[in-house]
Design a protein around this ligand. Structure first.
Ligand SMILES: C[S@@+](CC[C@H](N)C(=O)[O-])C[C@H]1O[C@@H](n2cnc3c(N)ncnc32)[C@H](O)[C@@H]1O
Length: 394
């Protein structure tokens, strides 16, 4: 293990602008940590006590996309000098000696909030160039070449070396255990692209929500989407193989409206007839309204006798960051409807909002894996909808 083990400093990465809300979330959470260094999109914390069991360390957070232990930083002008310094850091040398590192992630902190001036979180050209140079200087051969394109996720339950480019010439070095699915991608950002045929950016949000939550939906399951116009999220659901009933008083793009597995109800959520709910298994809500309104709309559906909602994907809008302080109450309210597995995350594609995914129980995931194996055993029928635009290696 590295020389500075047990580690006491953590780095976290979040949406640019979410630093304060992340600090508040950690202050109110179970981990005893104080904020230390902070830049937009990058916050470090000092743990009250050194972490005695780094492999099992649990850092629950909605706003931290990823986190890891700090190992040091390098500052300078020359990329190749900095790259050599990364490998020469005593803590990194120690990890190498113990053959602990199995992959390398290099990324830049978010330059600005998502969609501002066309910015989207994720891999950048500069980070790719820097990663190439760092790898060229790697003392271990397995890390010397760049990953394939598309990049495969890092192997689960291994240590990954992190280089966070806080500035182009200031890199923070850390490491994290790739425990969760999102930990397998640089900066905790699942590599997704908004395809040209997507009718709105919400396609990206829904695709990321499905991938992050490993939504246990089965082909042909029926999903009700409240706030579906112009239709990007419905498109992603359709491409995931679901049938969709979209509800919105605003106009849905004809590409979506005319899809054979899409039914359009041009009205407000409160005006959805009970009979439309029959057979619905999933609920998605992305209404541009206050959290209480979104939760009221969801409650009306899930508590209706006509529906049997196994799980939901809610986008909770934070018109004011202060609303993030109510998160525990939102979760409690969803739990009170009978949902035992609730996860929240500010997705990389989220604006000032976060995603809440709720399932009746954890066991649903196992059931879905089983059913999917069996449904896959039957050959896919012709005209099966195209899958979502995820990296092939997801
Ligand atoms: C962020 S947009 C949804 C984007 C959409 N999910 C997509 O994939 O393109 C929010 C939508 O909520 C809709 N909306 C607002 N109040 C609503 C209500 N009471 N019921 C249904 N939709 C509503 C708006 O008309 C708007 O189209």
């Amino acid at each position: 293990m590295p020389l500075n083990w047990p580690p006491q400093f953590l780095f976290t990465v979040c949406q640019s602008g979410a630093e304060q809300v992340l600090k508040q979330e950690i202050a109110a959470g179970p981990v005893d940590a104080r904020p230390a260094y902070s830049r937009p999109g990058f916050v470090t914390f000092k743990l009250e006590e050194p972490c005695q069991n780094p492999e099992q360390f649990h850092f629950p957070s909605t706003f931290a996309r990823t986190h890891g232990f700090c190992l040091g930083k390098v500052i300078g002008e020359s990329t190749s000098t900095l790259a050599k310094e990364v490998w020469a850091l005593p803590a990194v040398e120690q990890m190498l000696a113990n053959q602990t590192i199995c992959d390398l992630h290099v990324w830049q902190r978010d330059a600005r909030p998502p969609s501002v001036k066309g910015f989207e979180p994720g891999p950048t050209l500069l980070a790719g160039e820097v990663e190439t140079v760092i790898r060229q200087h790697s003392p271990i051969e397995e890390l010397r070449s760049m990953p394939d394109d598309p990049r495969p996720p890092s192997r689960r339950n291994r240590w990954v070396l992190d280089v966070v480019m806080v500035e182009p010439n200031e890199w923070w070095i850390g490491c994290h255990r790739a425990t969760r699915r999102v930990d397998c991608w640089p900066g905790g950002v699942i590599p997704l692209v908004l395809p040209d045929h997507a009718v709105s950016r919400a396609y990206l949000k829904m695709t990321e929500a499905i991938a992050w939550s490993a939504l246990p939906a089965l082909p042909d399951d029926l999903c009700l989407e409240l706030g579906c116009a112009p239709g990007g999220a419905s498109q992603a659901l359709l491409e995931h193989g679901l049938r969709v009933i979209g509800v919105d008083p605003a106009e849905v793009d004809s590409v979506v409206a005319e899809h054979p597995n899409f039914q359009y109800l041009r009205r407000r959520s409160a005006e959805v007839p009970q009979k439309a709910l029959r057979g619905a298994r999933w609920l998605a809500v992305d209404i541009n309204a206050a959290p209480a309104y979104t939760l009221d709309a969801a409650e009306e559906i899930v508590t209706s006798k006509a529906a049997s909602i196994r799980g939901m994907i809610l986008t909770i809008k934070l018109s004011d960051w202060k609303l993030a302080g109510e998160m525990a109450n939102y979760v409690k309210r969803v739990a009170s409807w009978g949902y035992g597995d609730i996860r929240t995350r500010q997705l990389a594609s989220n604006h000032q909002e976060f995603c809440l995914v709720a399932l009746r129980s954890r066991g649903q995931r196992r059931v879905q894996r089983h059913s999917r194996r069996h449904s896959r055993a039957d050959a896919a029928h012709p005209g099966k909808p195209q899958g979502p635009h995820l990296s092939k290696n997801m």
